[in-house]
Design a protein around this ligand. Structure first.
Ligand code: BGC
Length: 886
């Protein structure tokens, strides 16, 4: 037996831990039926002093074990050792480490402002002032044995120590609610520091902080690019020194003449100042920085991994088109281009990014007008050559693209590649079948996830890049089954709490910035709601995302972290439901007051048949209103009932009883006030039947009507799915519930739009916002081709097709039960749960069905074969073969 994969806060040996840590490990053994019988955690600081010892604890818990010792010291490396025993009498131990961040009171560095006067950044290419280079020199008496740099800025930065970058991260300090939660990063710079003069260089671009679309809503928001960095060194003789940003720092503009997260970057290589972050650089011509009093109160040690390159993709083809070239990278993504340039001085090279080409193979800009983003707004980068060969890759922008149009130089395929960016997360899922199209669908889902988990969960990387909460409500479970998103979601949810207003409202977009804040305020006025405007299904992410995290990983720490935020949100729902009567409602008050049927709501949002021609603002409001008649009451109930379950889990029995009772009343109100006496729904839409069936809200006597209506709605839609965001995660399961898995499979295999495979057949490489991506003539539409929401179907595929489901939170108890439909002959799925890797691989050949399953230690499983044979097993590898006729 071995102990492996030790993690602190779900990260491997993290630096700069500011939150109370929790610990996880995996037990691995060749022996079957192995579970942990005890563990002991011992934690020592870097001097070998014991900080905490849990003693031997009899438990099979191996993940999310919260540190409950005395407060940890800041800036300290802690080693932690886990010793565990199993039920076969084996013992094993393993060690890992983490390092704590600064204490608030440890900040000595001063915020520094660039003294260079700036104009306010405007939307559009080239409409921002240049990025700012900061530099400062420090003298070290000898080479340190330990050196840490803590840094952040107003903007986004790249950091250099003596000319070298400590890591490859992009877009530090992350997109957060800056006024309350500005991350600082911790770097181990021991190897980069030297005896004598050392220089720190920080290149600061506008980022989210200064971008007109994403700037935080703060009174007197600072206008300048500002920097904060603190270097802490320890020498071999035990002495320590602290250096920090202060008025001795210098600032200047460099080659980035303008940079915007949406519109792109303008780079003039003639403005480069080689060696600018080296100690000996002559900065006498640079401006002196001014100290600024921004304080430290909003600083938070970054939790979660940084944004880095997910993949580097070579060009698949380079085609001459008009005055330029169209380069195809074969994959839609979020990221940027890396280009080898060898052009005469002054030559201007332009890169224009797009997701799809038009019918003739030309560059096609599909960016809708959104709150001033402007119709056909740019996704452009421009490089002005200084006559020397160079490699250009923008620093402070990213785009959503598969194609790039290059003008101003001849392009050879070997000179250009695409760098796909994402927040780093461990890949914990594999899925592969005998069907190439299903495999591609899975790849497309993975790519939309990769593209849209960049610092925050985004809706799409080319248009809004916004943290729409509803999109993640729909997709969170699938996301967690693909990647270890725990740290990533934890930070975003913290920021969700920061954005919650005094009425408990969770905004539609987190961080709530720019036009979304204005939209919220407008909805509040028009719809006369309390607090900032929101929508059911969007704000509900506050409860559903943490609960999904718990369900998939067993992490109850996140439920504790978000508890108050969740309660605030459900209290808001309850009070909004009671405060005003629904329009034209004739319901008795004791039903009416438990129905959330007032306020602004997106309804199901993007029901395919209704959004076929893109976002028609004529059609959309009607469908939103209609579908909101059931989505708002149902999602309101879902949040309250889920919250009651969470209270129960955390042993908060008073809350569990209180909210459980309200949830029951809300359920009754749905049954009496939304579902009509004849069993019909207020709107004859597919989702109207899906949601009540899936959530067991249909009274017994109406079950048949609902089932018939659901089946009919599919038949009437040509055998295609027609659910919007909010009903799609439950569509195939609702069909299984009414005993029609055959229909669920037929929707999965459907290749006429709207369907999942229609996108694959049309050459899609990501999940689309609108399944009708192209019109009947083959012209691409205006919606995004990279939106993960409809990718939520993977959750069903993993459970029914691959056959791995959880019977208990965190896959402590596993169900292995593929449900075959005759089309596939082979399927393989691996998922690394909190207990370890679960595998299920099945195949059909020569009238035999074979299945191989791997169950990790600390889990048990129920394995059901297609002939009904059931096996209860513990950990280990199992193989079965049965006679089977396809
Ligand atoms: C976004 C969505 C979002 C929606 C809300 C769109 O513009 O791209 O994904 O949830 O607005 O209405």
């Amino acid at each position: 037996m071995k102990i492996i994969d030790l993690k602190t806060l779900n990260m491997v040996a993290p630096l700069g831990v500011g939150a109370r840590p929790y610990f996880s490990w995996i037990m691995a053994s060749d022996e079957r039926d192995t579970h942990q019988t005890s563990y002991r955690l011992e934690i020592c600081d870097e001097r070998g002093e014991r900080a905490h010892d849990t003693g031997v604890i009899r438990s099979d818990k191996n993940a999310y074990i919260a540190y409950d010792g005395a407060p940890l010291k800041p800036r300290t490396i802690y080693a932690w050792k886990v010793s565990a025993t199993d039920n076969h009498g084996n013992a094993a131990e393993a060690e890992s480490r983490f390092e704590t961040a600064l204490d608030m009171g440890d900040w000595r560095a001063k915020w520094i402002d660039s003294p260079i006067k700036r104009k306010k950044s405007k939307p559009g290419f080239g409409k921002q002032d240049p990025a700012t280079m900061f530099r400062q020199v420090f003298s070290l008496k000898s080479k340190p044995v330990k050196a840490r740099l803590y840094a952040t800025c107003h903007g986004v930065y790249e950091l250099y120590v003596n000319g070298a970058r400590p890591d490859e991260r992009a877009f530090a300090p992350e997109h957060t609610v800056y006024g309350k939660h500005l991350c600082y990063q911790t770097y181990d710079v021991t190897e980069l520091c030297a005896a004598g003069k050392n220089a720190i260089g920080m290149y600061v671009g506008d980022g989210w902080y200064h971008c007109p679309h994403t700037a935080p809503d703060m009174k007197n928001k600072p206008k300048a690019h500002a920097a904060l960095y603190q270097l802490e060194v320890e020498y071999s003789d035990g002495a320590a020194q602290t250096f920090g940003s202060d008025a001795s720092a210098k600032a200047a503009y460099g080659p980035i003449l303008s940079s915007d997260l949406y519109a792109g970057e303008l780079y003039d290589a003639n403005n480069e100042t080689p060696g600018w972050s080296a100690p000996e650089f002559d900065d006498s011509g640079w401006a002196n920085c001014a100290e600024a009093d921004y304080g430290y109160a909003n600083l938070v040690a970054q939790s979660g991994e940084p944004v880095t390159a997910a993949r580097v993709l070579p060009a698949q083809s380079v085609t001459r088109k008009g005055e330029g070239y169209i380069v195809d990278f074969g994959q839609n993504m979020a990221g940027r281009v890396r280009l080898k340039v060898d052009a005469p001085r002054g030559a201007k090279i332009t890169l224009e990014h797009c997701e799809v080409l038009d019918k003739q193979g030309n560059y096609y800009n599909n960016i809708l007008s959104f709150g001033g983003l402007g119709k056909g707004c740019d996704q452009k980068d421009e490089y002005i050559s200084n006559g020397k060969p160079a490699v250009f890759e923008p620093k402070f922008t990213f785009h959503g693209f598969r194609y790039v149009k290059v003008t101003g130089m001849d392009v050879k395929p070997e000179d250009i590649c695409a760098v796909a960016l994402t927040s780093k997360k461990a890949d914990i899922g594999i899925f592969e079948t005998s069907d190439a199209r299903l495999n591609r669908l899975y790849e497309n889902i993975r790519w939309s996830q990769t593209s849209n988990t960049l610092s925050i969960p985004t809706d799409c990387p080319q248009r809004e890049k916004a943290g729409w909460t509803g999109d993640m409500l729909v997709y969170a479970k699938t996301a967690l089954l693909n990647e270890d998103c725990t740290a990533f979601f934890t930070r975003w949810l913290k920021n969700m709490s920061c954005d919650q207003d005094e009425y408990g409202v969770i905004p539609m977009v987190v961080p709530q910035v720019g036009m979304y804040l204005k939209m919220g305020k407008m909805f509040k006025l028009i719809y006369r709601t309390q607090g900032n405007g929101t929508s059911s299904g969007w704000g509900d992410a506050a409860v559903i995302v943490p609960y999904d995290m718990y369900q998939v990983t067993g992490n109850s720490e996140i439920l504790k972290q978000q508890y108050d935020c969740m309660r605030g949100w459900v209290d808001y729902i309850i009070s909004e439901a009671a405060r005003r009567r629904g329009r034209r409602s004739k319901l008795p008050q004791d039903i009416e007051k438990y129905l959330w049927n007032t306020g602004y709501h997106y309804g199901e949002w993007l029901i395919p048949s209704q959004s076929k021609d893109g976002l028609s603002f004529l059609k959309l409001p009607r469908v939103m209103r209609l579908s909101a008649r059931y989505t708002a009451p149902i999602f309101g109930w879902l949040s309250v009932s889920t919250f009651a379950k969470i209270a129960e889990l955390l042993s908060k029995s008073e809350d569990a009883a209180k909210y459980g009772e309200i949830a029951e009343k809300m359920k009754r109100a749905i049954q009496q006030g939304v579902i009509q006496p004849d069993g019909s729904m207020p709107a004859d839409l597919m989702g109207a039947y899906v949601l009540p069936i899936y959530f067991d809200l249909v009274p017994e006597q109406h079950m048949k009507t609902f089932a018939d209506n659901l089946v009919r709605s599919i038949q009437e839609n040509g055998g295609c799915m027609d659910t919007g965001f909010l009903a799609s995660p439950y569509l195939l399961d609702a069909l299984c519930k009414i005993g029609r898995i055959d229909l669920a499979y037929s929707l999965l295999w459907q290749n006429k739009a709207p369907s999942w495979l229609a996108e694959v057949d049309a050459g899609g490489t990501t999940i689309w916002e609108n399944s009708f991506g192209y019109d009947a003539d083959g012209n691409p539409g205006n919606l995004s081709f990279n939106h993960y929401a409809f990718g939520c179907v993977a959750d069903w595929i993993f459970r029914k097709v691959a056959g791995i489901d959880a019977l208990e939170a965190g896959f402590k108890r596993i169900l292995i039960a593929p449900e075959l439909d005759g089309k596939l002959t082979r399927c393989k799925r691996k998922f690394v749960s909190a207990q370890g890797a679960i595998e299920c691989e099945w195949s059909i050949a020569d009238n035999q069905f074979r299945l191989r399953a791997v169950i990790p230690c600390n889990s048990t499983a129920k394995i059901i074969l297609p002939d009904g044979q059931t096996h209860e097993v513990g950990s280990g590898e199992y193989e079965y073969a049965i006679a089977y006729e396809n």
